[in-house]
Design a protein around this ligand. Sequence first.
Ligand code: AMP
Length: 216
Amino acid sequence: MVQRVVILGAPGVGKGTQAKKIKEKYGCIHVSTGDILRNEIEHRTVLGNKVDTYVKKGELVPDDIIIKLIKKKLKDDSGKGFIFDGFPRNVVQAEKLDGILSNLGLHLTAVVLVNVSNEEIIKRISRRYLCDTCGPVIIENNNSEKKCSNCGKKVQRRKDDEPETVKHRLKVFENQTRSLINYYKGRNLFKSIDGMGSVNDIFQRIETVLDVIQDD
Ligand code: AMP
């Protein structure tokens, strides 16, 4: 079954974690624009230097930069589809995506909105750290040395996960990304799910949606 999916939701709702599980189950490519940009920044590439300030401040990177990345990434699709995580972020990006797909004779098969309250998001992000080896990990409050619970290495907080920047990112979501819900809402492919519970509980809800909505 080909999946061409957008996972939507505010920062910290668990889009990345769920997107990885979708990739594992359905074999599609995982395209996280946030991960791509962080990688470019870390390697100090020309693109990385261009987007660094936007990402640090929690502002959206200009649409033309993002669209170029997406076009490039879609070339990696071997026919099993993709899961977009963190893209689109506004209606302009969503319209461009529809145009790109339609030029390829394709269309989205599902848009899944994950709902979590802002209080819970702030709680989750305050415990979220990055491990060089394991990626994003949750660190319990009593882990004062901030070591990865999987491999024991020291972990760091994402610069844009500092509390003030998180509040700003939530505002950016409300002002720019929430309008996407109306953009997709009228279509059959749009489904909204509860993002509370364990990773597996949430994945089960997503699977139910993806297994029902089928391509053509
Ligand atoms: P994320 O990891 O998805 O929370 O993204 C981290 C940051 O990367 C965002 O706060 C933006 O600065 C930037 N970013 C990621 N995806 C996009 C996008 N589709 N459009 C514009 N900026 C983006």
